[in-house]
Structures are given as C-alpha cells and as structure tokens.
Write a protein of this length. Structure first.
Length: 137
C-alpha cells in the first residue's frame, strides 16, 4: 500500500486563535508525519484554483474573503490512508454538528458569519490532494 500525502490548512480563524500548534499536535499524536509546512496569507488567485469546485455557490465569495483575511499554515501530511484519516480527525464541515473529539467539534463553533469558519482544511481524495499540494507548494 502506497504512503499517501494530504494537504492540511490551518485556516485564518485557527491561525488567529493560536490553534496551529494544537492542530499539528493532533496530527502528530495520530501518528502522521509532517512532511512540509509554511505560513502565508492565501492570495485570491490560488484560492480560486484551490476552491474551483465551489465557484458559483452562495458561500464561495465569503469563503475566499475569509480565507484571504490573514495568515494560514499550509501543511503536507504523510501516512497510510492519511486523507481519510485526517478528514476523520477534522470532523464534519459544520463545526456545530462536528462531533466532540474532532478538531472542529472540540475547537470550533458558529460565529454567525456567512461562511463556516471551521479551523482546518483537508483534501478529500488522492486527486484533490495532488492538485492542492501543487498549488501551494
Ligand atoms: P470541507 O472543508 O469539509 O471539505 P467543503 O469542501 O464542502 O467542506 O467546503 C469548503 C469550505 O466552504 C468549508 O470548509 C466551509 C465552507 N462551506 C461549505 N459549505 C458551506 C455552507 N453551506 N455554508 C457556509 N460555508 C460553507
Ligand atoms: Mg472540501
């Protein structure tokens, strides 16, 4: 079985709240490896490519505004089945519904914004992971 790579982003809300270390700790405690990492304020051009599947949806513009609002930590995570495994660690997209024990369930909430500020991004398939890693690294 091949070792997978996934793209994790500690989004601007997580970065601003000082949760980068907590997210990285959970990834490492699970046993995955941090293969590469950098901090940058995401630009709208690369965000448009990253979120191309969501273009035209009602939350798309708020999502790009939110994601470009400040620094975020971009991480390449490595390990067998880490794409599915990190999605399980992250929890459901809506932080109100995300189960306790998950990153979004333990650390996230609804802030009354149009976009779900849910602390982390994780790629959803091997194809997305390869595409997203090539955008940001
Ligand atoms: P995920 O990040 O769990 O893969 P997604 O790819 O469907 O979820 O959506 C990307 C981001 O867009 C998500 O993390 C938060 C935001 N978002 C998704 N659905 C939303 C909705 N119905 N209302 C507001 N924001 C939403
Ligand atoms: Mg997604």
């Amino acid at each position: 079985e091949q070792i997978e790579r996934t793209l994790v982003i500690v989004k601007p809300d997580g970065f601003r709240r000082g949760l980068t270390g907590e997210v990285l700790r959970r990834i490492e405690s699970k046993g995955y490896v941090l293969a590469d990492l950098h901090i940058t304020t995401p630009d709208r051009e690369r965000l448009a490519r990253h979120y191309e599947e969501h273009q035209g949806k009602p939350f798309y513009e708020p999502l790009v505004d939110f994601m470009s609002s400040g620094p975020a930590t971009f991480v390449v995570v490595e390990g067998h089945r880490c794409i599915e495994g990190f999605r399980a660690l992250a929890g459901a997209t809506d932080p109100t519904k995300a189960l306790p024990g998950t990153i979004r369930g333990d650390l996230g909430r609804d802030w009354g914004e149009k976009v779900q500020a849910n602390i982390v991004h994780g790629s959803d398939s091997p194809e997305s992971a390869a595409r997203e890693i090539s955008i940001w690294f």
